[in-house]
Design a protein around this ligand. Sequence first.
Ligand SMILES: [Zn+2]
Length: 334
Amino acid sequence: MDILGIVGKAPGGFPILFGGTRQTIKMSRVHQMPLEGLVDPANCVFCKMEPAKVAEETHHIPGVVEPRGWRRLKNAFTPHPDHRLIIPEICWSPGDLQEWGGTSGLYSALIMAAAEAGDGNEKVFLVNVGKSAGQNQGHPHMHVFSGIIEGHRGIESTSDFATKATHVASDNSFDIFAAGIHSGECQILPRESDFDLKKTLNLHALASAMSHLVRRCNRAFASEPMPIFVDVATRQAVVSQAMKPDQVAILNERSLNGELKFELRQLPPPWSMAVRVSGEGKLLYASYAPDLHCGSALERCVSIFERVPFVLPWPHEMTAEHLRSFYKSQPLRP
Ligand SMILES: [Zn+2]
């Protein structure tokens, strides 16, 4: 049977199918909700935590001084025995959450996460931004826990997906490639195999590379204009996680009073990032995934059970070319 597209490989060896008649980056995301619907400091379980509860839930590491304004909490709802949540003390604005606090926010969290690395267990650090990308509490939180698969050592071969055409950007520490089982995914690979996350300079370099990528992708993957209810006074989108009839009535009244109006807005994408760390505390890779398109039954079961190719809505080469144009103003090495 003739195949229209090209079969390639994602990290981990999963086959992907792309190209053919699918040659356009699509930014229609009707399933997306603005972050304002998730951020709710007045009802936030972390912001409202009593001091006694904070003390009880805090996980202390002997000899480690935490950055000011940050907490390391035990996670009560997890199958992982060493699962922590690294959080700022207060909620961030939707704009700050979209960038995960920029380089400084990511750096503070990475310092705390790295304090748990190097104990012989592989670690994963995760951040999710936006409901459809897996964020279920509006308060920013980085998950940190040990990997549970013995002998799993990161990405074994990069030659299948790290090519000139999928190259997005490089700096002194990292090469970034568009690669993965979803369009828009990017992998941040350390240039040295010995990238020690116990060194603060390395942590800052990683936070900076992650932040640069996120900020560029927030612009590069902005959605098509979507109709949003906006507060005329604050310019904030007005949405709720679970709209109840009385809330709808209030919105209607405010709209009739001229306090709210519909606007067309382009939304930056929901996204998630995973940082994989060896048992010795060395960076294996960091993986960025914007939530740009929905999967299907093929990706959910057949591709995973039987390694039938994941079908991408557009090729990684197109993502890389698109993102390179957003990196032009930065002093990055090709
Ligand atoms: Zn909060």
